[in-house]
Each structure stands twice: as structure tokens, then as C-alpha cells.
Design a protein. Structure first.
Length: 137
């Protein structure tokens, strides 16, 4: 039994064995406190890094229109190729009426692209290009 419970003994007269029992507990408490503050700092750092990367990703994910040349339209013969070119230029599919797909953007009008099994003609490609860019091929 530790004489700490006996109030008649002065602190100078207490055996060192009483303090040795307390030191490991104190050291463990200090190490736990350091670890928890380290974990808290790591959490704050990770939270800040995640917020910064989210802002960066949201800035990068904003759609930017790509300028497409006539040569790319001329070489695109299938509906799927025209669809990819229009999506690169921030056109979205608004609706479909039969075999015709209607693309559109906020600031521009609608563009109708037929979805047939055949290749699209040069005149139709030229018309789509004029509607998209506002200039002749």
C-alpha cells in the first residue's frame, strides 16, 4: 500500500516507489495528448488540402468551348462523330424527334442532326458547321 493515503507522512518522507508508479501513467497521458494533437493537426491539414483540391477540380470542370475547324467537320461522316464534335463545343442534346436529334446551347439556337444509318452528306455538314460557328466552310 502506498503511504500517500496516510496524511500523517510528510511529502519529503514518502518513498520514491509511490512516484515511480505515477510517472509511467503521466508519461502515457502526455504521449496520448501529443498523439491527439498530432492527429488533429493532420486532420486539419487533410481537410484544407481536400477543400483546395475540390476548388481546383470545380474550376477545371467548368466547360470550355473548343473551336472546331471545317476539316474536322468534313472528316466526320457519322452521327456519332458529329455528336462528339458538338459536345466538345458545349452543345447538349435537348430532345429527339423521331430519327432527328436536336442539340442546343444557352446562347445559340437549336441544331438538328439526323440519326440515320448512312453517312451524312457534305451539304448537311456544311449547314451544321455554319450554324455552329457562324462562318462558311
Amino acid at each position: 500500500m502506498c503511504p500517500l493515503q496516510d496524511e500523517s507522512i510528510a511529502p519529503q518522507e514518502m518513498p520514491s516507489s509511490c512516484f515511480e508508479d505515477v510517472n509511467p501513467i503521466k508519461k502515457e497521458a502526455e504521449s496520448i495528448a501529443k498523439a491527439s494533437s498530432s492527429i488533429k493537426a493532420d486532420y486539419e491539414t487533410a481537410k484544407d488540402a481536400a477543400a483546395a483540391s475540390f476548388k481546383k477540380e470545380s474550376i477545371l470542370k467548368e466547360p470550355t468551348a473548343v473551336e472546331v475547324e471545317w476539316s474536322e467537320f468534313k472528316n466526320a461522316k457519322k452521327f456519332r462523330q458529329i455528336c462528339e464534335l458538338l459536345k466538345m463545343m458545349n452543345y447538349n442534346i435537348l430532345r429527339q424527334s423521331g430519327s432527328h436529334v436536336i442539340f442546343g446551347r444557352d446562347e445559340d439556337g437549336e441544331i438538328v442532326v439526323p440519326r440515320h444509318g448512312k453517312n451524312l452528306g457534305t451539304g448537311l455538314l456544311n449547314s451544321i458547321y455554319k450554324q455552329v460557328t457562324g462562318k462558311d466552310s
